[in-house]
Every structure is written in C-alpha cells, then in structure tokens.
Design a protein. Structure first.
Length: 293
C-alpha cells in the first residue's frame, strides 16, 4: 500500500521518539557517572550541559591521574569502599561460566526431549517449567545450608552452580523449541546413512540451531549478570557481583550516585559485548519458529 511522504515522515518521527524514550534513561545514567555532586543534584537538572569529570571512575576502578590501574581501595568519608574492579571481574566470571554450564546441560537435555520418545516425557517438561515458576526466595535459605555443608559458600563454584541451575529451566525450554523447529526427517535420513545419534547432534543439528543457542546464551548471561538474591545469600566476605555491591554505595552521609552510576555504566559494557559477539546469530535465533512451511 502506497504511503504519502507526510505519513512516512510522521512514522519516522514517531520511531525516533520511541527510540529516544528508551535510550534517554541510559544516556542520563551514564552522564551522571561523569558529573560531580554539584551537577548531579543541581535543580533544575542539567541534562546536556555540565562539567565532565572522571573522578567517579577513578574511585571505582582505582585509576590514578595518569590513567594507570592500581589496587588501592578508595574509602569514602561516609564509610563506603568504592573500589569495585574486582567485583566487576567476579560478575564476568560468574555470568560467563554459569552461562556455559547452563547451555551445555540444556543443549543435551533439550535435544533428548525434542527427539527421543520415552515414558513421562511431557510430564518431565512440565516439571522443568514448574521449577522456573518457583520464587528464588523459597530455596535461598535451604541452599545456604546445603552449600555450607559442602563448603561452597563464598566460592566461584558455588555461585556458578546456583546460577547455572537458575537458568537451566529457561534454557531447556527455549532450546527444545528451537530443536523442535528443525525437521526430524534430517535425523532419520542421517540414521539411515549410518550416522550415530551423537554424530547427528554434533555435526548436523547443532550448527542448524546455533542461532537459538546464541539467543538462549544471551538471556542466561543477562539473568546471571543481574541476579541479586542468591549472591547475597551465598556470599559473605569473599566474591560479590555488581548488583550486590551496588548497595555499598549507600553510606552514612548519603548515596554516592556518581560512583554508583560509574559502576552501572561499566556494568553495561560486558553484556553489550556479549550481544555484539553473537549478534549474527541472535536475530535468527529470536525469529526461529515464527514462520512455518
């Protein structure tokens, strides 16, 4: 249907307004990271015109005036320790490894659920779905005592395991839907040609489902990156992830919004990099199953 130039212009303007509405909070939060306290609390607020500073990033990442990285801790007069570079590394390790763990287990499980008929398969899928509906607070305390018994508190292995388990139901259900979209006739033809089930899975099905695997991996990474309750419960004095340590910016003299914004702006970067690395497969993965032949 032909559209007039005025209609196309209005659609373009409306699109830019929607993009701006979603992008502006990110811009404003990032700009706060480059402001001093006076500009942060200025009224009326300064959205675009302010004196930039890197002081907040210097305190959060221990950067010297010469932009060299140090290991010293930056303690605020209000009592908060603002040196957060190790905490960002903790988040990267936990989110990355838990995503790898969840994807490996979920890929094998979802392929089996998609291709193999066994008794109770549908009931098992329903059980997997029900575990995703369970609120994390219901298992946080029991997990604390279990992890304490096995000396997994304050360890990378412990947090990686719990995040992997947290993401596993979602990953299994998503990947099963992606494997269901791949015709089973491909497997049957390969079996007739003498290929083993493992060879079919590794050389034929996995390459065809890499878009869905990429989309699932991004979601698992983001959920692990933003998870708060389990890390708060299962860590005490050792590793901490970004969502948990953000609470330490609330000191006895107020909230250090500039330092919190600096950590938040830096925390966006790893997730953005992960999305960029898999963007070639991400769109295809998110649209798998939308069209049927």
């Amino acid at each position: 249907m032909h559209q007039s130039a005025g209609t196309r212009t209005l659609r373009t303007i409306a699109g830019w307004l929607v993009v701006g509405a979603f992008f502006f909070p990110i811009y404003f939060w990032t700009s706060v990271a480059f402001r001093n306290a006076k500009d942060i609390f200025n009224w009326p607020p300064k959205f675009f015109v302010f004196e930039p500073t890197v002081k907040n990033f210097e305190q959060v990442f221990g950067i010297s005036l010469g932009f060299g990285f140090g290991t010293q801790e930056t303690v605020n007069p209000g009592g908060g320790n603002f040196y957060m570079a190790p905490r960002l590394w903790d988040s990267i390790v936990v989110a990355s490894m838990s995503t790898v763990l969840a994807i490996i287990v979920a890929t094998l499980a979802s392929y089996s659920l998609s291709r193999m008929n066994f008794r109770g398969r549908h009931e098992f899928v329903k059980w997997v779905l029900s575990t995703r509906m369970m609120p994390p607070v219901a298992v946080a305390i029991p997990m604390f005592f279990i992890f304490k018994q096995f000396n997994l508190l304050d360890t990378y292995i412990g947090v990686i395991l719990i995040h992997g388990l947290m993401n596993l139901p979602l990953a299994v259900l998503l990947l099963k839907s992606f494997f269901d979209d791949i015709p089973a006739e491909i497997d049957e033809s390969a079996l007739l040609d003498g290929a083993s089930r493992w060879t079919i899975f590794r050389r034929i099905v996995l390459p065809m489902a890499k878009g869905g695997i990429a989309a699932t991996a991004v979601l698992c990474f983001i959920f692990s990156w933003t998870e708060f309750l389990f890390v708060l419960t299962l860590t005490q004095t050792g590793l901490k992830t970004v969502p948990v340590v953000s609470s330490t910016f609330v000191t006895s003299i107020g909230t250090a919004w500039g330092n919190m914004a600096a950590l938040g702006a830096a925390a966006i970067v790893p997730a953005f990099i992960v999305i960029l690395l898999v963007q070639r497969h991400l769109v295809r993965g998110l649209t798998m199953g939308s069209l049927k032949q």
